[in-house]
Design a protein around this ligand. Structure first.
Ligand code: GUN
Ligand code: FE
Length: 418
């Protein structure tokens, strides 16, 4: 069956251009976009969303599911103390399935209600609750990569694994989930270099290669963290070289590294040449005093960038607000630190929150032919003013002052999931 959604359609085709069809039709067949037009024939069943905005679903390229209860808490500490004080004790609770179930239900509902149709997710170190999370995301109809986290050093005794147990549980996790779902896939998830021994990292690199899996981790986020990595690995020149040495920088958009606030020229070249995607996490970088990322410079130098809430380092799950914070920090970096790279424009910001991050999933985040039919219907009537506004202005206003209440429906693969 062919379908058409009628409404005010806006999406990114490239980082500097919106495609806009006011009172147009978004055409799709089964799970794929056919195109966008102003006129259709009788072959289509029409969903009338006139006067509503139709936009691609958001892509959150880095988020921690077992930190959902900590949203809005703990921004009084810097990364390493924040992990020890707030984060590890909270994640350790996900050994308890009853706690995990009620918390993950909240997490999945929040993603759905905020229109985050695709996400790249850290679970906890526990297989059982991480697999439960995947079941739930699958039942809800979302698209995601989800990882069982690995940690076998520099972690509290109540939240740490033995190396062999971590490896064994990872293989089981992968084999349990790799063919189980259509749109939910496992991803290899070493937490970050400080919490994984060389032996564990080597094994995880081998597992990723053997099963052809994507990898997610954290890189060059915070000064104290980077100093610690340099002390732990004097045999490597720098942080990114540690991941590379252990086979954890899988190329061609198979790896996502969160933050990269302190990326230097060498690291930037590595990220670019291997096509490692950077998860830009502006709220988190501000909350736990990591820094103001050189994201414009990364983009200008050809590094792939996606946008991330990094809940609960970041306290906003709605990607509209994350776009706004990315814009503010980019402005401030230009004013205070480096005017060689211009501030991110609205077009670029929306692009990284949709099509840019969507590249990690394949053809996701746009309305070009062949893309996945993942879209949101936005009722922005409550945000209107006394002027006629363009579709671009209405989108901008929704992102700045709208929220989940404006998201009327959510579609993934052409199916209505909310
Ligand atoms: N580095 C290692 N673990 C984490 C985490 O949970 N959040 C953030 N922001 N950085 C990390
Ligand atoms: Fe993170």
């Amino acid at each position: 069956m062919k379908n058409a959604v009628k409404g005010d359609i806006i999406y990114s085709s490239s980082p500097d251009k919106f495609e806009i069809f006011e009172d147009g039709y978004l055409l799709f067949e089964n799970d794929k976009i056919i195109g966008v037009t102003y006129e259709i024939n009788d072959d289509y069943e029409v969903i009338d969303c006139s006067k509503k905005l139709i936009i691609p679903g958001f892509v959150d390229i880095h988020i921690h599911a077992p930190q959902i209860n900590n949203i809005g808490l703990g921004a009084d500490k810097e990364l390493m103390d924040w992990l020890e004080t707030y984060t590890f004790p909270e994640e350790a609770k996900y050994k308890d399935m009853e706690f995990a179930q009620k918390s993950y239900e909240k997490f999945v509902n929040k993603l759905l209600n905020n229109g985050t149709t695709s996400s790249v997710v850290f679970g906890s170190i526990y297989n059982e609750s991480t697999e439960y999370l995947m079941d739930l995301m699958d039942k809800t109809g979302l698209r995601a990569y989800v990882g069982k986290v690995n940690m076998d050093r520099n972690s509290p005794d109540f939240y740490i694994e033995k190396t062999q147990e971590s490896v064994k549980n990872t293989v089981k996790f992968v084999e349990d989930t790799i063919d189980k779902y259509k749109n939910i896939k496992p991803i290899i998830t070493p937490r970050f270099v400080p919490s994984c021994t060389s032996e564990l990292m080597t094994k995880l690199g081998e597992i990723a290669k053997k099963y052809d899996l994507k990898i997610q981790s954290h890189l060059s986020e915070n000064r104290r963290e980077i100093k610690f990595v340099n002390e732990l690995h004097p045999e490597c020149n720098c942080y990114v070289d540690v991941y590379d040495k252990y086979g954890l920088l899988r190329d061609n958009l198979n790896t996502v590294m969160a933050h990269c606030v302190w990326t230097d020229e060498h690291e930037m070249q590595m990220l670019k040449s291997k096509q490692v995607m950077v998860a830009h996490s502006p709220y988190s970088n501000g909350n736990i005093s990591s820094g103001i990322s050189p994201v414009s410079k990364l983009i200008k130098n050809g590094v792939d960038v996606g946008l991330a809430s990094d809940v609960s380092g970041g306290h906003e799950i709605f990607m509209g607000k994350v776009i706004v914070m990315a814009s503010i920090l980019s402005n401030m970096r230009w004013v205070h630190i480096d005017d060689a790279y211009p501030q991110l424009k609205f077009e670029q910001l929306f692009y990284i929150a949709t099509k840019g991050g969507g590249k990690f999933f394949g053809d996701v985040g746009s309305f070009e032919k062949g893309y996945k039919a993942d879209f949101l219907v936005i009722d922005d009537d409550s945000l209107s003013d006394s002027n006629d506004r363009t579709v671009r202005e209405r989108l901008q206003r929704f992102l700045y002052i709208g929220d989940d209440r404006n998201i009327q429906s959510v579609y993934v693969d052409g199916k209505k999931i909310k």
